[in-house]
Write a protein that binds this ligand. Structure first.
Ligand SMILES: NC(=[NH2+])NCCC[C@H](N)C(=O)O
Ligand SMILES: [Mn+2]
Ligand SMILES: [Mn+2]
Length: 299
């Protein structure tokens, strides 16, 4: 991994309907992320937050999407910023905001790789397009958009599409998928480790398989970690909690195995909602997981 990390906050809340997720970046900083990473020997630069345009809070019945233009505009700016970070040879570490920001992160990262891999650590697939979305919330669409599916306003951010190939992604922790998402997974043969596989095989095997799956065919791997992948008992501060999630300990193991593998080249931690949280627990878990991802060890 790069020895220089650049942090960027994205206080985005327009990709879903619950207020508060825009405060995620502050909560994560408050939980001590910079100190934690500096202790591990990294040079950490915090670029602060990008500006999110004034909320229009529009559900357009024509497109079945909420705040499409505002979400797309912010992601275009995010993409350029992230592009600049990778260009300088630094590791981009992005804090959400809702998961719609993955569209911008991937737009900025992916142009630097021929075969970017993505690990999507999430209770959800985020593989909806407007037609299959039950909610019109764009945070349910970023992985689809990055694969080139959906509205061109989302798929073409950064001026190119797709950002990733179907065979270069791995979803870990899925337990809530909509009908259209399941069809896409089957149709494109997308690699998914649902909670069933995590329970049955154990996290060690799941991560070994995930890393093996990506290692040889990719030249960089982005980790997109939605805190709702974890069980709500560990991470209550998320907008779309789903029971029966990945435990705190399993998640640490997953991050440690990624650190050992050395494959991760960029990361984002999203969906922390301090209003729904209990004493900043979810942000604290996020920072602890970042510690493991960047090589923290007890002994
Ligand atoms: N990033 C997230 N938390 N996504 C939740 C998506 C929930 C649901 N599948 C939807 O499309 O609305
Ligand atoms: Mn999710
Ligand atoms: Mn998500």
């Amino acid at each position: 991994m790069e020895k220089k990390i650049t942090i960027l906050g994205v206080p985005m809340d327009l990709g879903q309907s619950r207020r508060g997720v825009n405060m995620g970046p502050s909560a994560i900083r408050y939980a001590g992320v910079v100190e934690r990473l500096e202790k591990l020997g990294y040079v950490v630069t915090d670029q602060g937050d990008i500006e999110i345009g004034a909320a229009e809070r529009l559900h357009d019945p024509e497109t079945n999407m909420k705040n499409l233009k505002a979400v797309a505009d912010a992601n275009a700016i995010l993409g350029e910023k992230v592009d600049g970070i990778v260009e300088k040879g630094e590791f981009p570490l992005i804090f959400g905001g809702d998961h719609s920001i993955a569209i911008g992160t991937l737009a900025g990262v992916s142009k630097h790789y021929k075969n970017l891999g993505v690990i999507w650590y999430d209770a959800h697939g985020d593989l909806n397009i407007a037609d299959t979305s039950p909610s019109g919330n764009i945070h349910g669409m970023p992985l689809a958009a990055s694969l080139g599916h959906g509205h061109p306003t989302l798929t073409d951010i950064g001026g190119y599409a797709p950002k990733v190939k179907h065979e270069n992604i791995v979803i870990i922790g899925a337990r809530d998928l909509d009908k259209g998402e399941k069809e896409l997974i089957k149709d494109k043969n997308i690699k998914v480790f649902t909670m069933h596989e995590i329970d049955k095989l154990g996290m060690t095997k799941v991560m070994e398989e995930a890393i093996d799956y990506l290692k040889d065919k990719t030249d960089g791997v982005h980790l997109s970690l939605d805190l709702d992948a974890l069980d709500p008992s560990d991470c209550p501060g998320v907008g779309t909690p789903v029971l029966g999630g990945i435990s705190y300990r399993e998640s640490h193991l997953a991050m440690e195995m990624l650190a050992e593998s050395g494959i991760i080249t960029s990361a984002e931690f999203v969906e922390v909602n301090p209003i729904l949280d209990e004493r900043n627990r979810t942000a604290t878990v996020a920072v602890a997981l970042m510690g493991s991802l960047f090589g923290e060890k007890l002994l």
